[in-house]
Design a protein around this ligand. Structure first.
Ligand code: FES
Length: 315
């Protein structure tokens, strides 16, 4: 984690504020790949993940946007109270939501605060000169963040969709995706019901590999509780460890001295992913793709467990 200073705060929409962050020591920040996010620890000590939405090559500052959540437990609400000049702790950028380098056309579907990672993608796609379009769904113009920037800087690429009722969403999204070629990749970020609908609609016309989504909420399965004990074998040493029913895999591995980092511990960030050499994981995370889960070659050690009696891990 490093110290960053809030250089500028802007009200971007109702209950959404952007924060321009610079390093407290005045050094440049790392450039990052579009779709990346950082961990930010606010004044109450709560750490949350926020997408970076500045131009990815701009190393002078990062921009994040924070929506004040009604049920905030000290994360977003506390950030809405801070003033310019406040120092925060920030982790290095991580990315589980990348632009596919093989894609030649891109459709970005955002709802509400979910526009943030797609904004960094918009900068890169514009720079690359690739065909792309952003469909931004919001309750009304007051709820649409960065609307001026989107309308001006990315004019011709952005279509706003205001007040679409849930029952009309399928048709609206079908129309959006029909505008693009069938080979276009689809990227979505927003509330889970919105993303689920985008995936459902997109899957009618393209393969799973061409559909990408960002999760910032834990899968309820992650909190479903343990499903029984199992054992893991560490491939490098042959040591076998027992994972009791009420203990997470990562806790046992770390207690045994395995060098595994964790951040969210909710199956979202992907920091704790470990390679699986044998056995069948019970995937409970939200960061591996369906294809990766089906391949059973990786496990998110903070929340996932095992369907087989033993997993052999590349540790
Ligand atoms: S620590 Fe974030 S997914 Fe495991």
């Amino acid at each position: 984690m490093m110290k960053v200073r809030i250089e500028r705060i802007v009200d971007e929409a109702l209950d959404i504020r952007s924060f321009r962050l610079v390093r407290s020591d005045g050094q440049p920040l790392d450039s990052y790949e579009p779709g990346a996010h950082v961990d930010l620890t606010g004044p109450t000590g709560v750490t949350r993940q926020y997408s970076l939405c500045s131009p990815p090559q701009d190393r002078r500052a990062y921009l994040v946007a924070v929506k004040k959540e009604a049920q905030s437990r000290g994360g977003s609400a506390a950030l809405h109270e801070v003033e310019e000049g406040t120092e925060l702790e920030m982790g290095a950028p991580r990315n589980l939501f990348r632009l596919d380098p093989t894609a030649t056309e891109h459709v970005l579907c955002a709802a509400g605060i979910g526009v943030t990672p797609l904004l960094s993608m918009a900068y890169r796609l514009t720079e690359n000169g690739q065909p792309w379009r952003l469909h931004y769904f919001a309750r009304s113009p007051e709820y649409a963040a960065f609307s001026e920037l989107l309308a001006n800087t990315f004019a011709g690429h952005v279509q706003f969709h205001y007040g679409v009722e849930p029952g009309d969403m399928d048709a609206a999204l079908s129309e959006c995706l029909n505008q693009a070629g069938s080979a276009a990749h689809v990227y979505t970020c927003g509330p889970a019901p919105f993303m689920n609908k985008v995936v459902e609609v997109a899957a009618r016309s393209r393969s799973e590999d061409a559909i990408h989504l960002e999760h910032f909420q834990a899968d309820p399965a992650a909190n479903a509780g343990p499903s029984g004990g199992f054992e893991v074998e560490l491939a490098s040493s042959g040591v076998v460890l027992q994972i009791p029913a009420n203990t997470s895999l990562v806790d046992v591995l770390q207690a045994h001295g395995c060098d595994i980092d964790t951040e969210c511990r909710e199956g979202i960030c992907g920091t704790c992913i470990v390679e699986v050499l044998d056995g069948v994981p019970e995937h409970r995370d939200n960061c591996l793709s369906s294809k990766e889960k089906a391949g059973n070659k990786q496990i998110c050690a903070c929340v996932s467990r095992a369907l087989s009696a033993r997993l052999v891990l590349d540790l």
